[in-house]
Structure formats: C-alpha cells, structure tokens
Design a binder for this molecule. Structure first.
Ligand code: B16
Ligand code: MG
Length: 218
C-alpha cells in the first residue's frame, strides 16, 4: 500500500528548472561552452558541482580550470540563480501542485522532499509551501547524488516508511533512475521519451491527481 510521496522540487513543484538553466547558460557562455537543450536536460537533478563538471566536459574544458576557479564559477551560477529565486512568489507553483499536496495531506499520506538543491528551503518559503515539507532530505549529507538511490531511500526513511510504500515524483531522468533504484514507484513528469524509465508518465503537473495515479497503477 502506498502511504507516502517523496517529492523532487525543481521542475515538479515549481519551474525553477528554467531558472537553473538560465543561470548555468550564463556561466556556459562565459567559459565558452555551447549551450543546448540536451545539456539543459542532462543537468536536471544533478548537484551544483557535478553540473559544472558536466558543462565543462561537454567541450573538453574540464582540465582548463583550477578547483578554486570552479568554486568561483559555481558561486557565480548560484548568485545568478538566487537573483531569480528572490523574485519568486506562490504564483510560481506549477499548476495543480498545491491542490495535489493539500489533497494527499488531507487524506493522511505522508510527504517528504528529495531535492538535490541546497536552496530548497528558500524556494519552498518563497512559494509558501514550507508547511507541507517539515521532512526533507538535506542534500549536504548525501554521499551520492541522483541517479544514485540514496536521496529517495532517505526520503522514505525520514517518513518511517518502506520504499515500497512510497511514490517518488520527478522531472529528471536521473531522478527517475534514483526512485526506481530505491525501490519506490516512480512518476515522471515531462517528456515521456526522456522519462521512459518511469512507472507512470504524466506530461505535465495538471495530470498529477490521485485518481490518475490510481488508474495508472490499477
Ligand atoms: P543547488 P531537484 C536540483 O534540484 C536541480 O534540478 C539541479 O538543476 C540543481 O543543479 C541541483 O538541484 C542543485 O541545486 O545549486 O540549488 O544546490 O530537481 O533535485 O529539486
Ligand atoms: Mg527536478
């Protein structure tokens, strides 16, 4: 029986994935790496430093920067990102998400957050959704990022649930892999070709309803 939902944040609850992309695009331009949609998708769910390394690798620039220079580029990206986050309001919650959270909470399902982002407490606060997520995995405590199962496994643990009792909700291919490897039921929200490993695919957040989930699981 499903007793809880483990949520990704960026790209599922709110469209900060667009802000992450914008902020990285500026850094890519600066280091002379060509930006494209495929790179943007590959960065979804990936930690800040791993994202920078992926960007540099794309055009074989991973050895062109010292660790200190990489730290500075990652900080610059985060500063770009925070400028965008600071303008956020509850209007940035993706359609249907607030209803879904309210419904599952009212029905007694447990909720936790499995976001790779160190900015997730601030983002939740800007959205007015902090109260739904008193339980969140702290990404700073992880040994491995998505697609490793660690973050989604911990998302179930902090709810005192077994992975088999949880549904994980993701917009990133790396995140869907993490959910599956953790032994949870995966919902992928977005392009079904990119998220083909998900147990359930929804093309956008308006489709995320308990009725639709029950229908797909039947
Ligand atoms: P930060 P999620 C992930 O969040 C984003 O998808 C990814 O693009 C970002 O690099 C990562 O968080 C780290 O974020 O730099 O804010 O710590 O999708 O797992 O909620
Ligand atoms: Mg995401």
């Amino acid at each position: 029986d499903i007793k809880g939902f483990v949520f990704d944040l960026d790209g599922v609850i709110t469209d900060t994935s667009v802000f992450h992309s914008q902020a990285w695009h500026q850094v890519a331009d600066k280091v002379g790496v060509t930006w494209d949609d495929e790179l943007a998708d590959a960065l979804k769910g990936i930690s800040r430093m791993d994202s920078l390394n992926l960007i540099l690798k794309k055009d074989h620039k991973e050895n062109d920067f010292s660790e200190a220079e990489k730290e500075a580029l990652a900080t610059e990206k985060n500063d770009n990102y925070l400028k965008l986050v600071n303008q956020m309001t509850p209007a940035n919650i993706l359609p249907g998400i607030q209803d879904f959270l309210a419904t599952v909470k009212a029905k007694g399902y447990l909720l936790s957050l499995a976001s790779a982002s160190k900015n997730s407490p601030l983002v939740l606060k800007k959205l007015g959704l902090s109260d739904y997520f008193p339980k969140a995995v702290d990404p700073a405590t992880l040994t491995h990022g998505k697609p490793d199962p660690e973050i989604f496994r911990r998302g179930a643990e902090i709810l005192d649930l077994q992975p088999g009792e949880c549904i994980g909700v993701e917009d990133a291919a790396a995140g869907v892999q993490s959910i599956n490897a953790a032994g949870e039921t995966s919902i992928g929200i977005g392009d079904p070709q990119i998220l083909s490993a998900a147990a359930i695919n929804f093309t956008d957040t308006t489709q995320l309803t308990l009725a639709n989930i029950q229908q797909r699981l039947a």
